[in-house]
Each structure stands twice: as C-alpha cells, then as structure tokens.
Design a protein around this ligand. Structure first.
Ligand code: AMP
Ligand code: ZN
Length: 306
C-alpha cells in the first residue's frame, strides 16, 4: 500500500473496509465484490421488469467506440475535460528503447503514443446514434433501444459515487417530438415508482450537464430553462448535495441533426434517453440499508429478489 497516499475516508473507506469496493490506488477506479455485483445484477433485472415489455431492441457494446464517430458526435465541444482516448505505441526499436528509458527514469513516456481508432464510451447511448443513422429512416413508431455499457469520464474523486469507470443502463427513444417526450414522461413516473420501491429517499429535479467553459455556461442555462434534463437524486455522499442516480434527457433534434437520422415522414428525428447509474443505485442501497443485505427491509429484498 502507498505510504504517502492519503487513506480513503468516510463512506469510501467503509465500502472498502466492508469489501464491497476494492481499492486500485486510483480515485474513481474500483473493483467490485461479488455481493456488490449481485445487487447491480438484481437492479438490472428490476429495470427490465419495468421497461422490458416496451419492445426495446437490446444491444450491448464494449466500453469503447469509434474515434471518428466520437469526433463527429460533438462530445469534445461540450465535455473535453471528461473524454478518455485510447493511445498505443507505434514506434520502432529505437523508440521502444527510449520509451523504456523514460519509464525507468520516471519521465513522461507517453509522448510517443499514437491515437488509435478507439475512444472510451462516455455515455452508453453515444455508440448508438451512428448505428441507427446507418439503418435509414425510422419506422412510423420510431425506435427504442435497451443499452448497458461501462462508461468512462475523467473526473477522479474521493466520492465513491463519482467513478471514472461505471455502468450505465439506458433506454433510448427515437421518433417525433411527441413520441420521445411521451417516452421521457413515462420514465419520469416509472423511475420514481421503481426507486421508491427500493426504500431510498429521493426527489426529482431539473438539471444540467457539466458543459465546458464560458459557452458551456450558456448551454447549461439553456438546458435548464428548457427543462431538457431531469435527475432523480438520492443522498449518498452528502445530505446537502444528493447524487444523480437516474437521468432523463431530451436531446431535441441534436443527435438527429448531427447524424442525419430521419423519421418515416422525412423530418429530423428527435431523441431522448433515460440513464440508470448502476453503481450509484447500489451505493444508495448500501448507504441507506446497511452493509448486511440479509438485514435490508423485507419489502426492499422482495423487490430485488422476487
Ligand atoms: P449523465 O449522462 O451524466 O446524465 O449520466 C447518466 C447516469 O450515469 C447518471 O444519472 C448517474 O447515475 C450515472 N453517472 C454519471 N456520472 C457518473 C460517475 N462519475 N460515476 C458513477 N455514475 C455516474
Ligand atoms: Zn443517453
């Protein structure tokens, strides 16, 4: 163990001491215990019990996407600070010797790394838009997808609910403005009902994404004014600043325009998604019901293990 590194404190330390999270030495990068994973898996099934009858097409992608698609998505305009890109060694033997020398000397060795065609997925739905665009115009009833992916965001933190690699389950709806706003309204209700059944304190509030820079502040204000993003918040690390565990996003025609996705009537498609933070929900359950799952309230156990 690193003697000079500050030891984890508070909820994070408790999670590590109780074996639920496994420290890797990097803030926001943890192993998960079998029990933690079981809670995540049961919550995953609970989501399916609520959303599975809607006929969503299930798709699972690895936690990375095409760099070309990522560049085109506009993510770097809005969130350059969060992006994670995959680079790899691409040199000759001399360059290799230099790399090893730099590692041994504790110098920066990453300069010789070249970007690959792969970047880390920042949100489960980013992979999907170019895929749907390629299929051509939507059917009259639009499209609905069920996704889950590990996502990367460069936001190292001591708050265990702010991870750098975490799983996001999503339902993503494509269609007319009416179709997608109806989908979001449905999930705003369902999400609250579902989370209330888990016996955790919660409330829903209008929210904004952490857009970068001064222009970003305008985007964030606009997002709030137009009520494009809602979050279902549960106190985890702090009572005063509850944590967003579910998000309900209406993108208007942003992705439809970016990717040229059309409705069956030839209009630009609108999109919306509901995102479930799998680790955050598990953390909320351990926070509010304790580390001994056998002693969780019977009502909550019955919902998770029906
Ligand atoms: P967002 O795209 O920011 O709305 O994220 C969708 C969901 O992913 C959120 O509602 C959170 O539950 C979860 N999430 C976002 N960022 C993180 C993070 N750094 N660590 C863990 N979960 C996260
Ligand atoms: Zn999404």
């Amino acid at each position: 163990m690193c003697q000079n590194c500050p030891q984890p404190q508070g909820f994070l330390a408790e999670l590590i001491d109780n074996g639920l999270l496994i420290d890797t030495g990097v803030d926001g990068l943890y192993g998960r215990s079998g029990l933690f994973e079981e809670v995540v898996a049961q919550f995953d099934l609970l989501i399916t019990r609520y959303g599975g009858k809607d006929g969503a097409e299930v798709a699972r992608f690895p936690p990375a996407m095409s760099r070309h698609s990522f560049e085109k998505s506009g993510y770097l305009k809005s969130f350059p600070q969060l992006a994670g890109t995959v680079h790899s060694f691409d040199g000759d033997e001399r360059a290799h010797a230099e790399l090893l020398h730099n590692v041994a000397e504790g110098h920066d060795w990453t300069g010789g790394q070249k970007s690959t065609d792969v970047v880390l997925t920042p949100a489960a739905c980013y992979v999907l838009y170019p895929v749907v665009a390629k299929r051509g115009p939507l059917k009259p009833d639009g499209a609905l997808f069920d996704l889950q992916s590990y996502c990367f965001r460069h936001e190292p933190s001591k708050d265990p609910a702010r991870m750098q690699l975490f799983r996001m389950r999503e339902y993503v709806r494509f269609g007319t403005p009416e179709q997608v706003t109806e989908f979001r309204a449905l999930w705003l209700d369902r999400g609250q009902e579902m989370m209330a059944s888990l016996g955790v304190p919660l409330h829903v509030d209008v929210a904004n994404d952490p857009f970068f820079g001064r222009a970003g502040r305008m985007l964030a204000n606009n997002q709030r004014d137009q009520r494009l993003k809602f979050e279902l918040l549960i106190p985890i690390e702090s009572e005063e600043k509850p944590t967003a565990c579910l998000s309900f996003n209406y993108h208007q025609d942003h992705f439809g325009t970016t990717w040229g996705i059309e409705t069956s009537a030839g209009e630009t498609a609108h999109t919306a998604c509901v995102g479930f933070g799998m680790e955050r929900v598990a953390l909320a359950l351990f926070k509010h019901h304790g580390y001994d799952v056998a002693r969780w309230p019977a009502a909550v156990r019955n919902v998770l293990w029906p």
